[in-house]
Write a protein that binds this ligand. Structure first.
Ligand code: AMP
Ligand code: MG
Length: 416
């Protein structure tokens, strides 16, 4: 057995960042920016009003109060998207809507709530020909100057940024419809096992349903990669070899950037994934000092990383979390490839015995009102007991030894 950190380092060392590509903004979420983005335009592009109200010269509001309002004529109305037909003159106002450009000659905006129709009738403020100012305003009031958010020529995003929804908005606001990013990996997933059945057909003796494939496809998608469903294969050396060659080469038309398989990597007589990888590629078969997910067949085939994960449903997920996910994130150019880990207080006893391995227990964690974390078992801890994994939102890292007493501290990898 080798320590987890060594196994992770071996995998990490073999992973390369994918080449860059130009993608549309709507396809760029979660990808890593490869080139600096410089604002070609200022945001906002022109001085505009932050409020619905009236543009004016601040000097014309001097002394205005609710009891002694100043009355000014409304010269025209400026909607967002329109511009005033002429400059504003002293002693008048222009009705203006949020986002509309400040007319030349105006130096302030008074919000509509501090005005009323001067006719005193029921006439609505939006039709009023003249209005009463009920307060003074200062120069610049409610005006958002041009370039208030970003000046033209400024670097708004630097290479390495992981594109978030707000980043995409910034890119759109400075006129970018596409960006240069590290390419999104295409990741093939297949499961292996003669016992596997897909779909609702009644199970024959000895058969089980293939649960790993949908789970691993979803984990791939959740990591930000493109999942490619390569089906379920029997324990047949020729078929597994053909699938690998077709997915990554040399027989591939549209090669995957990585493969994730489940099953067939242990010590059983029918564990062909391991054998095929050893024959075709550069196999690192590891017995990692962890539970679950001890066996891992990691290899490079035509330079493409292959993650041969164990078949037990919880094992395949834990192995994905510890090896495949960080590697896929590295391929995407991410610097942060680890899940967030926190310290929690264990509500119950996390029992185990010394076996030279680090145990990853499925736990539910939550925070109290002070922000302190508590952890408790999510249920059955067998590597076939997927329901506890489904309930869990964390993996407690329980070091070799006798486990953790109630009230003891434990490190937990957060799964969401
Ligand atoms: P293996 O790693 O192939 O020895 O499989 C270990 C255990 O996981 C066996 O009990 C298999 O039946 C089970 N198993 C393997 N593949 C899957 C799968 N795709 N879905 C659910 N269980 C599986
Ligand atoms: Mg098997």
């Amino acid at each position: 057995m080798i320590p987890l950190a060594d196994a992770q380092a071996r995998v990490h060392g073999d992973i390369k960042v994918l080449p860059t590509a130009t993608v549309r903004l709507q396809d760029a979420l979660g990808l890593v920016l490869a080139e600096a983005v410089v604002a070609r335009e200022a945001i906002p592009p022109f001085a505009n009003t932050a409020m619905d109200g009236f543009a004016l010269r601040a000097a014309d509001s001097v002394g205005a109060t609710e009891g002694a309002p100043r009355t000014l004529p409304v010269a025209e109305t400026i909607a967002a998207g329109a511009v005033a037909t002429r400059p504003l003159l002293a002693g008048e106002v222009m009705r203006i809507m949020t986002g509309a450009p400040i007319p030349e000659g105006a130096d302030a905006v008074i919000m509509v709530e501090l005005t009323r129709s001067s006719s005193g009738s029921e006439e609505s403020i939006s039709d009023a020909l003249s209005i009463d100012l009920l307060a003074e305003v200062v120069v610049g009031n409610h005006i958002r100057p041009a370039g208030d958010d970003v000046g033209a020529g400024v670097e708004v995003l630097s290479p390495g940024a992981v594109l978030s929804p707000a980043h995409l908005g910034v890119l759109a606001s400075v006129g970018y419809g596409q960006v240069v990013v590290v390419r999104r990996p295409r990741v093939g997933v297949f499961s292996t096992g003669d016992e596997l059945v897909t779909g609702p057909a009644p199970l024959q003796p000895g058969q089980i349903r293939d649960s790993n494939r949908p789970t691993l496809l979803a984990l791939v998608a959740e990591s930000g990669c493109i999942p490619i469903d390569l089906g379920s294969l029997p324990d047949n050396e020729e078929l597994i070899e053909a699938a690998l060659r077709k997915a990554v080469g040399p027989d591939a038309d549209d090669p995957c950037d990585a493969l994730v398989t489940s099953g067939g990597v242990s010590m059983g007589d029918f564990d062909f994934v391991k054998r095929v990888l050893a024959r075709l590629g550069d196999l690192n078969w590891m017995q990692v000092a962890i539970k679950p997910a001890k066996p891992l067949a990691f290899g490079l085939l035509m330079d493409t990383p292959i993650f041969g994960l164990p078949g037990n449903p919880v094992s395949s997920m834990v192995s994905f979390e510890l090896f495949a996910r960080p590697a896929l994130l590295k391929m995407m150019g991410r610097k942060q490839t680890e899940r967030t880990a926190i310290w929690a207080v264990s509500d119950d006893r996390m029992s185990r015995h010394g076996d030279g391995k680090t145990h990853f227990m499925r736990v539910v964690v939550d925070q109290d009102s002070e922000g302190a974390w508590n952890a408790r078992s999510a249920g059955g801890q067998g590597s076939h007991q997927l329901t506890a994994m489904a309930r869990a939102n964390g993996l407690a890292v329980v070091p070799d030894g006798d486990g953790i007493e109630p009230g003891g501290r434990v490190r937990v990898m957060l799964l969401d």
